[in-house]
Design a protein around this ligand. Structure first.
Ligand SMILES: Nc1ncnc2c1ncn2[C@@H]1O[C@H](COP(=O)(O)OP(=O)(O)OP(=O)(O)O)[C@@H](O)[C@H]1O
Ligand SMILES: [Mg+2]
Length: 205
């Protein structure tokens, strides 16, 4: 692949969307070709799957269905836009990716992580992020920052979200080459400066 693939991860309210938007603006100011997408969603079919996944009325959705729907949304996004953009030499910024399924459905719901990785390979056609930035925030603090109406996943218990956070921390430990962990105890600007350092190093800009 000619382009680089960068994913932004972390639990609720950790600042992913804030930082990815600033990064997108930064890269455009550097005249880089950028594609910015979010998960689940990013393309028409995947946005429809997103609506099913996040709908609070779907109280009876099983863990298996939930995991596979996330993967289905991802498969379509990867095929329709991520791979073509990487082939065209663009830098792809993605708000959540496969690590989210490992953290939320694996560590959070207890779905087998080996299986998530296998299905993940199929869904993503084996593409892997060149760089993943995980934002780590104290669970209660993160949850209190998202002051909009809570979706089906956000509504889950504090202990669920604590398991998700622990999952991200373990992932960061297991893959130190790909994953950079940023502790969110600084201002948006200070965190953006750290993000930029990692991105500059990867893109050599
Ligand atoms: N470093 C920071 N210090 C203080 N507030 C912040 C910081 N980073 C983000 N915020 C604020 O916290 C809120 C949540 O941030 P943001 O939406 O970027 O998080 P997120 O990880 O994308 O959340 P979600 O998981 O819900 O998508 C926003 O109101 C944002 O302005
Ligand atoms: Mg967000």
């Amino acid at each position: 692949m000619k382009g680089k693939f960068i994913t932004f991860e972390g639990s609720e309210g950790s600042g992913k969307s804030t930082q990815i938007e600033l990064t997108c603006r930064y890269l455009k100011s550097k005249k880089q070709k950028v594609l910015f997408v979010r998960e689940p969603g990013g393309v028409k079919i995947s946005e429809k799957i997103r609506n099913i996944l996040l709908d609070v009325k779907n109280t009876d959705m099983g863990d298996e269905c939930e995991t596979l729907l996330y993967m289905a949304a991802r498969a379509q996004l990867v095929k329709e836009v991520v791979i073509p953009a990487l082939q065209a030499g663009k830098t792809v910024l993605c708000d959540r990716f496969l690590d989210s399924t490992i953290a939320y459905q694996g560590y959070g719901n207890g779905v087998d992580i080996g299986m998530i990785k296998n299905i993940g390979k199929f869904a993503t056609q084996s593409i892997k992020p060149d760089l993943t930035i995980i934002f780590d925030i104290e669970t209660e603090k993160g949850l209190s920052r998202t002051n909009r109406v809570k979706d089906r996943i956000e509504q889950r218990t504090l202990s669920y979200h604590q398991k998700v956070r622990k999952g991200y921390l373990e992932l960061a430990k297991k893959e130190p080459k790909r994953i950079r962990l940023i502790t969110v105890n600084k201002s948006i600007e200070e965190i953006q400066a750290i993000v930029k350092q990692h991105i500059d190093k990867l893109l050599k800009i």
